[in-house]
Each structure stands twice: as C-alpha cells, then as structure tokens.
Design a binder for this molecule. Structure first.
Ligand code: URA
Length: 225
C-alpha cells in the first residue's frame, strides 16, 4: 500500500467510523511485500466485515477476467444472476457490458470486472455508504494487485467511491478523474443504459469508452494473460 492509499483508507475509516484495514496474511505476499489477487480474495472471504455478516446470498462475487488487464470495469454490486453464478455482470446489464466490451474489440478475458460490494444486497437495493466503507478496502487491494492503466467506473456508487465525491453521475461522466494515480472514466451503468436506451445515452457512453481506448493507447501497454 502506498502513502496515498493508506491516507485514503484512513480517511474512509474515519468517515464511516470503521477501524480496520484488510488483513492479508504475510505468507501470501510476494517478494515486494504486495498481496496476490488470490490472497486478497481469501482474505475478503474470511474477514470482510460487510460480506461475512450478510445473509441470503449464494455466492461471493469477487471479480473476473485478466489479472494483468489494462482496463478494469467497476460496477455496483452483484444482482440475482451474478449471485447465482458467482461472476460479475452476467445478467441483463452484463449482456450490455459485453456488447460494450466487444465494441471495444476486446473480450471479457482481456479486461477485469469487479464491483464495490461483493455480495448481493437484499432486494437489489443500492449499497449504503457504510457497507461500501466496509467492503471497498478489498476492492482497493484488488486494484493494487491488477494495476490497470485505466478504470471505468460504471454508475454512481462506483464513481462516487473511486473519486471520493458526492457529485452525481450525470455531471461526472465523460470527465477524467483519478484513483490514486490511475485515470478513472465515470460512465453510465449498463443497467441505466438499458432503462434509458436513447441515441443520446448511447452516444455518451460510446464517447466515454472511446476516451478510455485512446488513453490506454496513449499509455501504451498491452494486456498479458
Ligand atoms: N450490476 C452491477 O453493478 N454489478 C454486477 O455485477 C451486476 C449488475
């Protein structure tokens, strides 16, 4: 964890009255003292103060895709289908995300997909800030492991968390922000796009995605499997 992330976690902890940082066993860190994605997943399953205290879900949906991806998509929380299958974005919103990924001439195996909350909230409600404060430190660790070139924040909760802002997605989308030193492009959530399937919203999302592709190209790294 670098200084910015440590400060960020401390600030988040203070903000929501939470006093912890994720526990990653020393034995599962690499030579540089950084945790592996597997160890973050195990640590989350054992210690997440949000997910380990919830009921009524089937699977923890940690994330999927290329652990060396240039592009990381971050959504809100698993829905019914994701809970059943244990994989993010496999329901209707997932089909739309798949279309976006194919339009980028990529596959789900080229990118990494995760959520800010890793178990399904009851009745598919939007995660609360206190829940995000408890679970998202593991997402921060995930980001640290993957080190994507660019993050695409899908919808309001992911954008607000990553950019530490209360500004709504309509104003945020299309404008670069930063998470630590990683550029973040906020855009509409695919579920919002499905509910508001207009020429305007489609154009906006595609324009955001084109900015992402240009940024990755400018940063000049190719994904390795
Ligand atoms: N919506 C999300 O935000 N994430 C999922 O994994 C599925 C639907």
């Amino acid at each position: 964890m670098n200084v910015n992330q440590a400060t960020f976690l401390k600030a988040t902890s203070k903000l929501f009255g939470v006093d912890f940082v994720p526990k990653i066993p020393e034995s599962s860190k690499n030579e540089a003292g950084e945790p592996s994605l597997d160890s973050v997943e195990q640590s989350h399953a054992l210690h997440c103060k949000h997910c380990t205290t919830q009921h009524g879900y089937t699977n923890i949906v940690f994330g999927c895709g290329n652990p060396h991806a240039d592009i990381m998509f971050i959504g809100e929380a698993p829905g019914e289908e994701e809970d059943k299958q244990g994989e993010p974005f496999v329901g209707a919103a997932g089909q739309k995300l798949n279309e976006i990924i194919s339009a980028m001439k990529l596959t789900r195996d080229d990118v990494y997909i995760a959520n800010i909350i890793k178990v399904r909230p009851e009745n598919n409600r939007t995660p609360r800030e206190d829940e995000i404060a408890l679970c998202a430190p593991y997402l921060v660790k995930q980001i640290e492991c993957i080190q994507p070139k660019v993050i695409v924040a899908l919808g309001s909760p992911a954008s607000k968390f990553l950019l530490q802002t209360s500004v709504g997605i309509t104003r945020l989308r299309g404008n670069w922000g930063w998470f630590d030193s990683i550029p973040v492009m906020p855009t509409y959530h695919p579920a919002y796009l499905l509910r508001n399937y207009t020429t305007e919203t489609r154009k906006e999302v595609w324009s955001d995605i084109q900015q992402v592709l240009k940024k990755v190209q400018a940063l000049g790294k190719t994904s390795q499997v």
